[in-house]
Design a protein around this ligand. Structure first.
Ligand code: TYM
Length: 333
């Protein structure tokens, strides 16, 4: 079987970008007979950007409920919290010691902070925690702990997977073949979902559409997506249209072709937004009901996560024992 693994940071309410970029493809893949899926909540990663304990807990519950509502079958897959698996931070240290600092200097997220500081005339590392710098190592540990073959992610995460491959090779080279080299899997049509302002939908740009926004709020947000100022009747370009790209991520190819024709025929922006709203709402409504039910019963979500943690540790704990032996550490207990 192919082992597929992916994580999502509980650092805010899940949005449509997370859904089309990670949740939906992963849930679909996890239903295939040949696939052994590991899905987790990257709460240690979330600590890098969220220092609000209540928010971290709330967000963990929301994201867990989201995955389950989106059709994840906790019986079939291994679904867990990163922080319920203490072997992961231990492996992070092993990888830290084989990861060149120069590799981390090249990480996009870190470089973006340096650029921002340079533009503001600040010290290069202002506001950069060692946690942010180490982000890719923790992520490599997530992946390598379970020897995942495939890691379905959005395009922004591809560099991190390449770094995980690098760390796996270095470790294998030094200590023997312990790790599988993971590969990123990107769904091309939905690689980067734009947000309300046309930039990548992201918590950090404050341009997100929450996945389970109530119907009326969903409509309102969709009505606020940027468009150009072409009047009704004037042909519209699909190229560069955030609205069109979001529609494409939800619709069938036939539906997408129909909207492209409507654009050429000069559909009014208000009407196009209505079409988008109805399409998204149709997909989301049944899941929203399950989500609300789970949010009202957090103990059900917790029981699922605990069962998942036990399954994850059944893999992680013998493997870390093997790795401790490989690097020359004493076996625990
Ligand atoms: P995170 O929580 O930022 O995002 C979760 C997943 O959603 C994808 N994504 C998007 N895809 C398309 N369009 C968008 N606008 C969009 N926004 C987000 C992300 O690419 C990601 O796949 N570092 C990861 C979490 C993580 C992880 C891992 C993933 C930790 N360890 C190990 C895979 C394997 C992150 O911050 O994702």
């Amino acid at each position: 079987p192919v082992r597929v693994l992916t994580g999502i940071k509980p650092s805010g309410t899940p949005h449509l970008g997370n859904y089309v970029g990670a949740i939906r493809p992963t849930v679909r893949a996890s239903r295939q007979p040949q696939v052994d899926s590991f899905l987790f909540l990257a709460d240690y990663h979330a600590m890098i950007s969220t220092q609000d304990p209540a928010r971290l807990q709330r967000s963990t519950l929301e994201i867990a409920a989201t995955w389950i509502a989106c059709g994840l079958d906790p019986q079939r897959v291994t679904f867990y919290r990163q922080s319920d698996v203490p072997e992961i931070p231990e492996l992070t240290w092993f990888l830290t010691c084989v990861c060149g600092k120069g590799l981390l200097n090249r990480a996009h997220a870190y470089k973006a902070m340096l650029d921002k500081n340079a533009a503001a005339g600040a010290e290069p590392d202002d506001g950069v925690s060692a946690g942010l710098f180490m982000y890719p190592v923790l992520m490599a540990a997530d992946i390598l702990m379970f020897n995942a073959h495939q890691v379905p992610v959005g395009r922004d995460q591809v560099q991190h997977i390449e770094m995980a491959r690098d760390m796996a090779s270095s470790f294998n080279h030094l200590y023997g073949e312990h790790f599988t080299l993971p590969e990123a899997v990107i769904e091309d049509s939905v690689a980067t979902l734009p947000g309300l302002d046309g930039r990548k939908m992201s918590k950090s740009y404050d341009n997100v559409i929450p996945l389970f926004a109530p119907r009326e709020q969903l409509r309102k947000l969709i009505m606020g997506i940027v468009t150009d100022s072409k009047a009704p009747g004037e042909p519209k370009a699909t190229e560069g249209s955030a609205l069109f790209q979001i529609y494409q991520a939800f619709a069938t190819p036939e539906e997408t072709a129909a909207l492209a024709r409507a654009y050429a025929e000069g559909i009014a922006w208000g009407e196009a937004k209505e079409v988008l709203f109805e399409r998204i709402d149709r997909e989301i409504t049944p899941m929203r009901a399950t989500y609300e039910e789970l949010m009202a019963h957090p103990e059900r979500v917790e029981a699922i996560l605990q069962a998942g943690a036990a399954k994850a540790r059944a893999v992680a704990s013998p493997f870390i024992r093997q790795l401790r032996h490989a690097v020359g550490l004493r076996p625990l207990q």
